[in-house]
Every structure is written in structure tokens, then in C-alpha cells.
Ligand binder design. Structure first.
Ligand code: 6A9
Length: 762
């Protein structure tokens, strides 16, 4: 008998002491609706609350790139109400729909439900049998006497001793008492499906590593029945053909239990509300005002929002080798590589991190500079949610103002991450894109950017200012850490007109790479040198100064505002005095060679940094050269978007070719945002900016959209020759900025420009 297994699980974990939150939680009066969610994005459906070591649930398994899914992802999802996910499981010949709803208001507040539907795929045998396992686990049971998880069966009445439902009783200090009710599904033949509960007791450490579900993954397995008390519970159902069942979670605090009818109603309401809100917030503008682009956008947004995860536990940081990472001598990377071999990672925290994730299957965890990009569309959708995420990130900052770039928090994340990525180093920075999100929040708060999203308590002027005042010291601390830890030796360049404060160098470089910058293998000075001045690092500090200035003005700290203005002036001076290469008409990194200030020029994204971070205004003398560079097909322009490196560079396409030619959506978004702003500002290049904007917007949307049509997925990057999606599949992080790009205005008056997108999709 062919018995494909679809494994699902609910996990339970236990509570640690409440964390002191740096920002007063009372500012989020509508935080409760965010308690439960599919916050384990590494799983096809992994539901848990935002309570450290508490209840966790999951369906099927970890998402793996080689699972052979024809397609999977959320088609609607909202963090406050729920949504629908589709999984086309070719291997098991079945299409699965998972639906999730939660109730945060009224008598059902605190309840949630999941509904799982299966439908044999075309060509599957008529009597296809599917075994579904739903898991529930309680974490850290040993450390928590009150934490209990018990399974019992509900049998039929009279002679009917078939299992009609499985019930799980839950006790947990933070969740209180609760129950999970799983009625046995009734098949087309009117019979209840065979249901089995298998109870295990495993140690805390084993819970996350428990390979039990994994091993059963694709095997013909029937568990043996052993209901009872244990911290890991498997509920197995063996189904014929199509099936449908619910998992109903009821909190004792709710006065009404969750029902299947409420689930059905709730999901309908949530789908309708999602679509309606999408069309208000991200109305696709011409030429993308089509049904197909709307569906595409709805799915891209749902996957971004559905990638929201909650992680709790410790983070491995090596602080003991600090001195080894000072990077003050010649071949500093040799010393630090050696130090890494003898790393002394210490468990820091525990932390709780609430963050979106770049790609569920490959990197289901928090990445600092990715998150700032994720938050730009999320801010339009749900400002409170976005700011809750910012707060959560800032809460992971250490005493010195350091924020870890890659957040491998807790045992589950650690198990799923390659060793070399786990340990973080407190001298390594990453682009501070969270400041872009905060800056946009202020623009919304002060009415410069229109808001059509969820009602937000933080957008009430007084609450908004109070919130900014609470964030301010944290952002300032990170800024000060940045300026100090990434400072550069400007004096050694002996450029008389230079400002001696504003110059920066990414720490942690090795030959051919600069992971800290986020543009991993983008060409830089070789070999790495302690006199390097990195153009993008200077621009990022400028972004931080401008954001802090904006906050200082908004909350009335005039004295600080002057300090930031001073820093911004210094940055502007040095962009042109230290980084502008006159002969090549390009901004470049620099280094001291043979005692001389020397430019290191590789035309590409780095050259565009002063532009994309807003330092090239309408009358800037180098705007013309910047536009020429980006619009030139011999350099960065392609019909599919702006590529990362000019073919003129000898590093073009060489080696791993990660940031050495491919097209990235996050940078294209930044370019478009500047072009749009300049297209609206009078100046000598206004018309040109507008035309490039119109063309680029069409090209990049076309690239992501058509690749999605062909493959069913969003991709990490796009190839500059054919525009095909490549590298990580189902990259639902910053590639979803395409929804913001579709929602930008078309700017085309009448039928002047005939875009190929229009021709293709009209
Ligand atoms: C590797 C491999 C099974 C690389 O999107 C996250 C980051 C970006 O921040 C960065 O700018 N990505 C970009 O250059 C992906 C990083 C993945 C590192 C972990 C794990 C697992 O393989």
C-alpha cells in the first residue's frame, strides 16, 4: 500500500522570565492580535505564540529546497487575521491547502484554528491513501513544573468505539489552560478516518533535534496508539482520497471554544479583507493595473508577511577574541581568520526576535539589512506591526550598540544553519536599513507619505512621537557604535580639503569578499587594506545621520539635530573630495597606495550609492554622470533591470558571481525611489529622470513577474542577460518590493512611451 506521509506538528514549549523591553510595550495597544501565528516559517505550517519556550505546532516538515514542490506559498496572509497557503506536493501526489485564522476580539479572543485540505493531484490513483501527522510539542518541560501536555481520545457513543476526536490538554504559565481539539475527519464513505495518537517524552535538548518526524517523512509508517501525558504528541490520520480536517485551539480564557464553523467563516472574512486592503494599499498602477498583476502582488505580499517568524533563545557571539579583530595591521584578515578557527562563541541573550525572513527554505532567520527592506512595504500595510519588528530588533542590541547581522537564535535555528554562519562577531556591521524604515515611519506620521493600511495606534501624533522618543536612544547608540567601530584612517590619504571625521571602512573583510557590506563579492581594493575608505559605508552613515536628524527635529532635540547636520555636511564634502574620481566621472572606494590617495573603481551598484541614498539632488553636478552610468547598456543598463556590475570591470561575472553582474530587486527599488523623487523635482535632469524611471519600473516588474509566471516563484536575483530568476528559489524577502514598485505611479502622460510590458500584457 502506497502511504505517503504528510507530517504536521504542533509544538509546546515553556516560558522563561519576562524580558525587560526597551520600549514600553504599552505603546502597542493592539499587540495582542499578534500573539499567535505561523511564526516558524522554516516549516510548511508551524504555529506558535510569541512567548519564549511555549506552545509550538507544525504541519508536515521543514521546508527544503529539494522537496520537489511544484509550488508552495501563501496566497493571502495577514498577521492579524490569518490566511491561506497552497502546497503542490508532487512527490506525495497531493495538493494541500492550509488555512489559519485567529481570533483576537470578543468572546473568542486568544483562539485560533487551522484547516488542512488535501486533494489528489491529476494522475494520482483514485484510492490514494495519505497519512497526515500533526505534531504538538512542549519545550523546556523539565524547567517548568506547570507545563503539561496530555492527549486523550474521544470515542463514539454506545457500541461505536471508533475515535471521533483527539483532544490535547495544555497547561502553561503564560498561556494558561488551553485545549486543542482535532475532530476525526469523515470521508466520502461516511466513515471516520483512522486516528492514532502517539505520545513521547523527550528531553528538552532532544525536542528540537527529534528526528522522529523527519525519519517518518516519506515512509510508510503507522504509529502505534499510546495517548497520554508527554511533551511530544503525534496525531496521525489515515485518509482516502480527498480530505479535510481542522485543528481547533481554545484558550480557557476565551468564553467560547473555537469551532469548525468559526474557522470556515473566519477564513472567508480574512480572504475578502485581505484582497480589499491589498487593492487599497498597493493598487497596481499602469501598466500593471491588470487582474494578473493583482493576483501576483497579493501572493508576493502574502509570502512576505507569511515569512514573519518569532525566534527565542540565545545567539552565539565571539567577544573574547576582540583584540584579534582590531584590524590595525597589514594582512589583518590572516590573523582574524586564524582567530575564527579558535572562536570562543558565548551564548548571549536570551533574545526574542520578531522578524521577516528572506527565504523560508534556505535562510529562515533574521538578516539585519534584509529586514529594513522587508519593512518598507510592511509599513504601508500595518505600521504597528512594522514598528513592533523594529523594536524587537533593537532589543537584540548589546551594551555597546552592536547588532548582529545574521540572527541564528535558539536551538531550532542553530540546527538549521551551516556552522560557519552561526557565530557572530561584534566588530562586524551591516547596512543600517532599519533607519530607512524608521525614516519612512516618520514620513507617514508627519503626512508626507499617505497611509491606507491597518489602523495604527502609533500613527496618532502623540503616540508616534512618544514611540520615536523611546526608539531614539537605541538608534543613537547603534549610530555611535557604527561611527566608532567602522571608522577609517582618513588622515593617511593626505587630502587637504577632506573632512577628517566622515570616512568609514567595513570591518571583517577578507580577500575578494566583504560580507559585512551585504554586497558580498562586489569588487573592492585587493588585497584588503587598513587605509580603505568604503563609499557605501560612508553613505550608510549619512542615511543614519539624516534619520536621527529627522527624529531630533520631530521630537524637539535641537542640539542633537545640529550635531547630525554637521555630520551630514562632512559626509557630503567627503563624497566629492575623497570618493569622486574625475577622470572616470564615477564615485569609487579609495585606498592609500605608495603613500597616495588612490581610487578603486568598479562601476556598478557601489558607484550608485551616493545617488540611491539620496545625496545627489536635482542640481548636483554629478547627477548627469550618474544617470549616464546607469542608463548605459555598456555599463549597468539591461532590459531586465539595473545590473550590479559593469561588464567593463575585470571582475564582471567572475568567481561566484553573486554581486558581480546579477540584478537585485532591493537596489533597483532604491534607484527607482530616487528617480521618482527627482522626476517630481524641477531641475536640469527632471525629464530624463522621469523617462528612465518609466522604463526601469516597467523592466524590473516585467522581470520578476514573468519569471514568477514561468516558475511559480520569486527569486533571489535575476540574470542580466535573459532576466531569468536564479540562485535561491522562493526568495520572498526583498524581491517582494516589486509590490511597492507596481504601486508607484506610472508618470506616463498619454500614450507617449510604448513599453514592452504594455505590449505583452495588454
Ligand atoms: C548561507 C546556506 C543550504 C546573501 O538574504 C540574506 C543575505 C543577504 O543579506 C546578503 O546581502 N544573502 C546576500 O549577499 C543570503 C545569505 C545566506 C547566508 C547563509 C546558508 C544554506 O545552504
Amino acid at each position: 500500500m502506497q502511504l505517503p506521509v504528510i507530517v504536521g506538528a504542533v509544538g509546546l514549549a515553556v516560558v522563561a522570565p519576562a524580558f525587560a523591553k526597551t520600549v514600553d510595550a504599552s505603546l502597542y495597544s493592539n499587540e495582542a492580535p499578534l500573539l499567535w501565528g505561523p511564526y516558524r516559517p522554516n516549516l510548511y505550517l508551524g504555529i506558535r505564540p510569541r512567548i519564549p519556550k511555549s506552545l509550538i505546532t507544525e504541519l508536515r516538515h521543514t521546508v527544503e529546497p529539494d522537496d520537489g514542490m511544484a509550488m508552495y506559498g501563501w496566497s493571502t496572509y495577514d498577521a492579524r487575521s490569518g490566511g491561506t497557503q497552497i502546497i503542490q506536493d508532487v512527490g506525495n501526489q497531493i495538493d494541500i491547502t492550509t488555512e489559519f485564522v485567529k481570533k483576537s476580539e470578543g468572546q473568542s479572543a486568544g483562539n485560533w484554528a487551522a484547516r488542512i485540505k488535501g486533494k489528489p493531484r491529476n494522475g494520482a490513483p483514485a484510492d490514494l491513501k495519505t497519512s497526515v501527522i500533526f505534531y504538538v510539542g512542549m519545550e523546556d518541560r523539565e524547567g517548568c513544573a506547570e507545563c503539561q501536555l496530555e492527549a486523550f481520545e474521544q470515542l463514539g457513543a454506545g457500541d461505536d468505539k471508533s475515535v471521533q476526536a483527539v483532544n490535547l490538554a495544555i497547561k502553561h504559565p503564560r498561556l494558561g489552560s488551553a485545549g486543542i481539539h482535532i475532530p476525526s475527519p469523515v470521508g466520502a464513505d461516511g466513515q471516520h478516518a483512522n486516528m492514532i495518537v502517539h505520545t513521547l517524552n523527550v528531553t528538552d535538548e532532544k525536542l528540537w533535534q527529534s528526528k522522529y518526524p523527519k525519519e517518518t517523512g516519506k515512509m510508510n509508517v503507522v504509529l502505534h496508539n499510546s495517548p497520554g501525558s508527554g511533551n511530544l504528541q503525534f496525531v496521525q490520520m489515515i485518509m482516502n482520497g480527498s480530505f479535510e480536517f481542522e485543528v481547533l485551539y481554545s484558550s480557557r480564557a476565551a468564553t467560547r471554544a473555537m469551532t469548525a464553523a468559526e474557522m470556515a467563516m473566519g477564513i472567508q472574512e480574512s480572504i475578502i479583507a485581505y484582497r480589499k486592503t491589498y487593492s487599497h494599499v498597493f493598487t497596481p498602477k499602469a501598466p500593471f493595473n491588470t487582474d494578473q498583476h493583482t493576483t501576483f502582488g497579493e501572493m508576493m505580499l502574502a509570502d512576505l508577511l507569511g515569512g514573519l517568524g518569532y525566534f527565542d533563545g540565545t545567539l552565539q557571539v565571539d567577544t573574547r577574541n576582540k583584540a584579534m579583530y582590531a584590524e590595525t595591521t597589514g594582512k589583518f584578515w590572516e590573523k582574524s581568520e586564524d582567530a575564527k578557527k579558535h572562536a570562543f562563541p558565548e551564548a548571549k541573550g536570551p533574545y526574542e526576535l520578531f522578524t521577516h525572513t528572506p527565504a523560508r527554505a534556505v535562510f529562515p532567520r533574521g538578516f539585519l539589512w534584509d529586514e529594513g527592506f522587508h519593512l518598507l512595504p510592511v509599513l504601508d500595510w500595518d505600521a504597528n506591526l512594522a514598528m513592533e519588528v523594529v523594536r524587537s530588533w533593537l532589543d537584540t542590541m548589546d551594551d555597546e550598540g552592536y547588532l548582529a547581522r545574521e540572527q541564528v537564535i535558539g536551538a531550532e535555528a542553530e540546527n538549521g544553519t551551516p556552522g560557519f554562519s552561526v557565530v557572530q562577531y561584534p566588530h562586524i556591521a551591516n547596512p543600517p536599513t532599519l533607519f530607512l524604515a524608521v525614516s519612512k515611519f516618520i514620513d507617514i506620521l508627519e503626512g508626507r507619505v499617505k497611509y491606507h493600511g491597518y489602523e495604527s495606534t502609533l500613527l496618532q501624533p502623540e503616540a508616534g512621537k512618544k514611540f520615536l522618543a523611546a526608539l531614539y536612544p537605541l538608534l543613537k547608540k547603534h549610530y555611535e557604535w557604527w561611527r566608532k567601530s567602522q571608522s577609517a584612517d582618513i588622515e593617511s590619504h593626505s587630502v587637504p580639503a577632506a573632512n577628517l571625521n566622515e570616512g568609514y571602512r567595513w570591518r571583517g573583510r577578507t580577500p575578494e569578499t566583504n560580507y559585512a557590506s551585504g554586497l558580498d563579492d562586489y569588487p573592492r581594493a585587493e588585497p584588503p587594506d587598513i587605509t580603505e575608505l568604503h563609499l557605501d559605508a560612508l553613505c550608510w552613515v549619512g542615511v543614519m545621520s539624516r534619520t536621527l536628524e529627522k527624529i531630533a527635529i520631530s521630537i524637539g532635540i535641537t542640539h542633537d539635530a545640529f550635531t547630525y547636520q554637521n555630520h551630514i555636511r562632512g559626509a557630503r564634502t567627503n563624497l566629492d573630495v575623497l570618493h569622486w574620481e574625475e577622470k572616470q566621472s564615477t564615485y569609487c572606494d579609495t585606498v592609500v597606495r605608495n603613500d597616495k590617495h588612490t581610487y578603486v573603481c568598479h562601476k556598478g551598484y557601489i558607484s550608485l550609492f551616493p545617488f540611491i541614498t539620496g545625496f545627489i539632488d536635482a542640481n548636483h553636478p554629478h547627477l548627469d554622470a550618474t544617470l549616464r552610468l546607469l542608463r548605459d547598456p555598456n555599463h549597468l543598463w539591461t532590459d531586465h533591470g539595473i545590473k550590479s556590475l559593469s561588464q567593463e570591470s575585470k571582475k564582471y561575472g567572475v568567481g561566484d558571481n553573486y554581486w558581480r553582474s546579477p540584478i537585485w530587486v532591493n537596489i533597483n527599488y532604491m534607484i527607482l525611489a530616487q528617480l521618482l523623487s527627482l522626476a517630481k523635482t524641477p531641475g536640469p535632469q527632471q525629464e530624463r529622470c522621469k523617462n528612465i524611471y518609466i522604463e526601469l519600473r516597467r523592466n524590473i516588474v516585467h522581470t520578476v513577474f514573468s519569471s514568477w509566471l514561468q516558475t511559480g516563484y520569486a527569486w533571489e536575483q535575476y540574470d542580466p542577460v535573459g532576466g531569468h530568476g536564479q540562485r535561491t528559489q522562493h526568495f520572498t524577502g526583498w524581491t517582494s518590493l516589486v509590490i511597492s514598485i507596481m504601486a508607484m505611479p506610472d508618470l506616463e502622460q498619454g500614450e507617449g512611451v510604448k513599453g514592452k510590458v504594455k505590449d505583452l500584457y495588454a
